[in-house]
Design a protein around this ligand. Structure first.
Ligand code: NAI
Ligand code: MG
Length: 345
């Protein structure tokens, strides 16, 4: 698999994952090879495959590899229900301080409910209510009569994610960042985020426009007029909810890539899961993972290859009319990958 490339090789960890993971990862590797992507893959296991190989869904060798390469492409991982295993995704976020969750959505297939959608969610990935500091207070003989949860937002964490969002806007030629909050009610928890993000916005005046929305109004406006938005930056829980809503604007999770970015590592993946219902049938759509690979190319300093890959994907979908079943076509995973390979060459 000696690919042609004009830059230095970049070591990167490749986790095939579970269910449809190995099928779509194989398809993505074929496309990246044809593109001449510079990645030198270190293949490691995770999820059920990790349990089979090492008794741990996140084996030490996989963590060591990402510590070394600081860059990973990950197929979906099945987190076993029960059995005492913590979510692999949460462990990865914590281990590598992956504070920014970046989820772009773009219309690739016209004829859906919305045309010309092109939005980016930048979600804080480590703080907020998802720190899950939770406990119950007993009342009478009910030990769980009251549930309490504390959210944690820090100035440092808010500044870091806001700066990431504005830097992202500058790097990608985006015109505006919208700060989404609920500071009218959660005055401390989301007020600290709003105030800090406003302060960051001032440093970008004249380069990137900035406005603000309260989260509930933002949800409505995303349905009524999504084109008014560009980049959205918000706290963990709001970003989780709004990013799925935004994926719905472009046809669902099959079109949605995601990047988890931290100071020490970046991990790229599709937003969807391991789809056990169709695993092994060769019909899974590799599109979301291909879009994640495109983001990875951009992150690795190859925006040229990112653009070439995304152009090829548009051509395969719209000019060659080759699509997998979930998008109304009849192509297998391999047939779709082969079509993209023809277009990127
Ligand atoms: P899922 O996203 O795997 O599947 C939901 C539905 O979408 C299924 O009908 C599936 O066939 C379909 N689908 C998903 N991806 C597809 C693709 N690429 N092509 C065609 N159809 C596709 O969600 P589900 O079933 O809730 O989760 C399955 C497993 O995945 C669980 O163990 C869950 O924990 C894990 N998961 C892992 C994630 C990750 O590693 N980032 C994210 C989400 C779920
Ligand atoms: Mg979510």
């Amino acid at each position: 698999m000696a690919a042609q490339h004009d830059g230095p090789q970049i070591p990167a960890t490749l986790i095939p994952g579970d269910g449809i993971g190995p099928e779509i990862v194989e398809a993505v590797v074929q496309v990246l090879d044809a593109l001449g992507a510079p990645f030198a893959w270190d293949v490691q296991q995770g999820g059920l495959a990790g349990i089979t190989a090492c008794g741990d869904p996140l084996p030490a060798a996989t963590l060591a590899s990402i510590h070394r390469t600081r860059l990973a492409l990950k197929g979906p991982l099945t987190t076993p229900v029960g059995g005492g295993f913590r979510s692999v995704n949460v462990r990865l976020r914590e281990e590598f301080g992956l504070y920014a969750n970046v989820r772009p959505v773009r219309t690739m297939l016209p004829g859906g409910r919305y045309e010309n959608i092109d939005l980016v969610m930048v979600r804080e990935n480590l703080e907020g209510l998802y720190v899950a500091f939770e406990h119950y207070i007993p009342v009478g003989n009910d030990p769980q009569a009251v549930a309490i949860s504390s959210g944690v937002n820090t100035k440092a964490g808010s500044r870091r994610i806001a700066e990431y969002a504005f830097d992202y806007a500058v790097r990608h030629g985006r015109r505006k960042v919208t700060i989404v909050h609920k500071a009218n009610v959660l005055k401390a928890l989301t007020g600290i985020f709003l105030d800090t993000a406003r302060d960051v916005a001032r440093a970008y005046e004249g380069r990137v426009a900035c406005d603000e929305r309260i989260v509930d109004a933002c949800a409505m406006q995303l349905v009524l007029d999504p084109w008014q938005f560009d980049v959205i930056v918000t706290t963990n829980l709001f970003g989780d909810i709004l990013s799925d809503q935004m994926a719905g604007l472009v046809g669902g999770l099959g079109m949605a890539p995601g990047a988890n970015i931290g100071p020490d590592a970046a991990i790229f993946e599709a937003v969807h899961g391991s789809a056990p219902d169709i695993a092994g049938q060769g019909i899974a759509n590799p599109l979301a993972l291909l879009l994640a690979a495109a983001m990875m190319l951009d992150h690795a300093g190859r925006p040229d290859l990112d653009a070439r890959l995304r152009t090829a994907l548009d051509q395969v979908l719209m000019q060659d009319n080759i699509r997998t079943r979930d998008l109304g076509g009849a192509a297998s995973t391999q047939a779709f990958a082969a079509a993209v390979v023809r277009r990127v060459k």
